[in-house]
Design a protein around this ligand. Structure first.
Ligand code: PLP
Length: 238
């Protein structure tokens, strides 16, 4: 991806963590290359926020967005966006509405002045109830500590990987420290992944079937006993 960035690049848009195999990218490295070419780095953190620590100012991202219903454990209907301070007065929102105006209640419809913060992107009323639910989830996760969650989840992932490998299941997620997350994607030789996922679900082990693999996503609410339960069911399936 870095090799594709050149002087014709305006925006580099990348997932922090890949939805399939869980590969985690070095955002600072991406940001440096993007900025060397006057491009912006826009990051989708839907598969990392809440499970992987993110220091937006240290990693040089310009924009970061995340859905709330995955690792942030929030309800459907709310999401978050971070806009780097240097862009807050500079980027024009593509969508505007009555809340786009900095003094929206002056109700003057003959001109539009944006707020000088990321609020300029909040152009409409929204699902406030969902936003409150998401805020509570974020508070909870921050209270537990995202760095702790990251390391705990990787511990669970490693228990799972160990057990899968003992059963000759092929792991396709990265294993090195720089790229690993708790997403574990696995291929079951000779087995239909949809069928494996269906049987696991019937046994209360929630996994996702994606392409030719099965994806496991252990998070802070899981225990080592859950991993063992998954491995026992897999043993039966195999
Ligand atoms: C990286 C990533 N971004 C976005 C989404 C979906 O976001 P939304 O449901 O808000 O469209 C997903 C869902 O799997 C995802 O993995």
């Amino acid at each position: 991806m870095i090799q594709l960035i050149d002087n014709r690049t305006a925006v580099v848009c990348v997932s922090h963590v890949e939805y399939g195999g869980g590969q985690r990218y070095d955002l600072l490295k991406m940001a440096d290359v993007a900025h060397d070419h006057d491009a912006l780095l826009v990051v989708d953190a839907t598969q990392s926020a809440g499970a992987v620590p993110i220091d937006t100012s240290a990693c040089g991202v310009d924009v970061l967005v995340s859905g709330g219903y995955k690792w942030l454990c929030g309800p459907f209907g709310a999401a978050v966006m971070y806009l780097a301070p240097h862009l807050q007065n500079k980027l024009d929102p593509g969508l505007v509405g009555f809340r786009s105006h900095k003094d929206m209640w002056d109700l003057q419809a003959d001109r539009l002045e944006f707020p000088t913060t990321a609020q300029r992107f909040e152009y409409s009323t929204m699902a406030y109830g969902c936003a409150i639910g998401l805020a509570r989830s974020i508070e909870y996760l921050v209270d537990v500590g995202v760095a702790r969650i990251f390391s705990y989840n990787k511990h669970l992932a490693n228990l799972l990987i160990e057990g899968l490998e003992e059963r000759n299941v092929e792991i396709i997620s990265p294993r090195n420290d720089a790229e690993q997350t708790s997403i574990v994607a696995a291929r079951f030789p000779g087995k239909d992944p949809a069928e494996v996922a269906r049987k696991l679900k019937a046994a209360q082990v929630m996994v996702s079937w994606r392409k030719d693999f099965v994806r496991f996503s252990p998070h802070l609410y899981n225990q080592p006993a859950d991993i063992q339960q998954a491995l026992d069911r897999i043993e039966e399936i195999l």
